[in-house]
Ligand binder design. Structure first.
Ligand code: ADP
Length: 439
């Protein structure tokens, strides 16, 4: 408001100053022209008068009339300088010595002097001001009042406008303060459709994101605590049983303890990997790779497990696959993960098929099993961390519940995606797409 007041005052002041300057000059010139015309006219009239009469007798009433009419002090002297007429009648018969400003017009006819005319402006109603100056002064006053009025209206408008602008800003600020204190329910309601409305929308969506992130963080901590609890309580159980003499500290017990400890360390490794992936900080060492080679490596790594469970493992690879620009270690990890899952969830006698095909811009690799399949209600969540169809069974199989979440993130980090199709009782197909190198 102070800034607005300053702007208004400076604007009005400047305009007034320049108008004042211009008008003063204009008035001065106007008065000069006016005076000049008047004295010329009087001179003509007076010459005519004198020429008709040969003297100035009875001129006084005319001069008085003119004086009143034109609001001037008019003094007429004869050729010797004696006043013969004075519009105010004071100096009649005296010798006139002009002292003030005004026009002094000696005039005569054919060389002989008739006399001198003195015309001085007379102040009208106000002291020292001519009528034009009075007019100008009242215009100036109008200007000042008009300026003050406009200024008052402008300030009033500024007041209401700044309230309109400040109210939403204040509500945003107080919401931000509460948000800073951890209250994620904060939302601001601003009906404005302009920038403030947009700011409020952005603020609200930012708060929603923060709320979601906070919820995810809480869930993650709860999930981790929950996942750590089971192996830890198993370890404690074994140790307590040994201490109390219920169990012998034999090879069996020690290998059970070892199993639980290795589950814990796998869990910690997977969690670290997943948190990096979720933060988008997974470092990929990309190079041009042949998909067929990666698939064969992964298959070789799990062949032992697969035949131990009585499964047949087949590979279907076309010849015309474009190379892919991937981190071979990570993609190998993804393939092994999918293969190990397929082996774990397929009963003896089943088949696991790894296939690859070329799509436009992508190479698709799929792992299909003839296993138990996944119920359709679980399918949308299967790539979420710690989501398992059968928790107890997954743990028994040594799963951390993080494998598919890691698969999804690695595929996404490669500009691709991971998907699943499954029919319970018949089997599942997990598919990943990775960008092919442009040829
Ligand atoms: P886990 O460590 O339990 O294997 P994953 O994230 O790898 O964790 O898998 C999550 C869940 O998805 C598994 O617990 C299992 O229920 C289900 N699942 C994964 N792969 C298959 C598959 N090939 N067939 C049936 N179910 C599967």
């Amino acid at each position: 408001m102070m800034a607005f007041t300053a702007v208004i005052l400076v604007t009005i002041g400047t305009v007034f100053f320049f108008i004042n300057q211009a008008t003063q000059e204009e008035i001065r010139q106007l008065e000069e022209r006016d005076n000049q015309m008047l004295t010329n006219r009087m001179q003509i009239e007076l010459s005519r008068y004198y020429l008709q009469r040969g003297n100035w007798r009875d001129i006084q009433p005319f001069i008085e009339q003119w004086g009143n009419l034109y609001e001037k002090r008019i003094i007429l002297t004869d050729s010797s300088g004696t006043v013969v007429a004075d519009s105010e009648g004071d100096l009649l018969g005296e010798l006139h010595t002009p002292d003030s400003e005004g026009s002094l017009v000696p005039f005569g006819f054919r060389g002989s002097s008739m006399g001198t005319l003195y015309v001085t402006p007379v102040s009208s109603s106000e002291v020292g001001l001519t009528s034009l100056q009075v007019t100008f002064k009242s215009i100036g006053l109008f200007f000042i009042w008009g300026g003050l009025f406009a200024g008052a209206i402008a300030l009033l408008m500024t007041f209401f406008m700044s309230r309109r602008i400040l109210a939403p800003v204040k509500s945003l600020a107080s919401a931000a303060v509460l948000l800073g204190k951890g209250d994620f329910r904060q939302r601001v309601q601003i009906r404005d459709k302009g920038e403030l409305g947009q700011l409020a929308d952005t603020f609200n969506s930012m708060v929603s994101d923060l709320e979601r992130a906070e919820q995810l963080r809480r869930n993650m901590v709860a999930d981790i605590a929950h996942e750590l609890r089971t192996p830890l309580s198993n370890i404690r159980g074994y140790l307590e049983a040994v201490r109390d003499g219920i169990k012998e500290p034999d090879t069996d017990t020690i290998s059970s303890l070892e199993e639980e400890a290795s589950l814990l360390s796998r869990l910690v490794d997977d969690l670290q990997e997943l948190s990096l992936a979720e933060a988008g900080e997974l470092t990929l060492v990309r190079s041009e790779e042949d998909v067929a080679g990666l698939v064969r490596q992964a298959v070789t790594a799990v062949e032992g497990q697969s035949s131990a469970r009585g499964l047949s493992l087949t590979v279907e690879l076309p010849d015309s696959l474009l190379p892919v620009n991937v981190d071979s270690h990570r993609i190998g990890q993804v393939l092994r993960n999918l293969l190990e899952n397929a082996i774990a969830h397929t009963d003896a006698g089943g088949t696991i098929t790894v296939a690859a095909r070329q799509l436009e811009g992508y190479v698709e690799v799929s792992v299909t099993d003839t296993g138990e399949g996944i119920p359709s209600e679980d399918l949308p969540n299967i790539f979420e961390r710690f989501y398992r169809v059968d928790k107890a069974r997954s743990r028994k199989l040594g799963g951390t519940g993080l494998g598919l979440a890691i698969v999804k993130h690695i595929a996404q980090a490669h500009g691709g995606r991971a998907t699943v199709q499954s029919t319970p009782g018949k089997g599942s197909t997990f598919t990943i797409h990775v960008e092919a190198c442009q040829m």
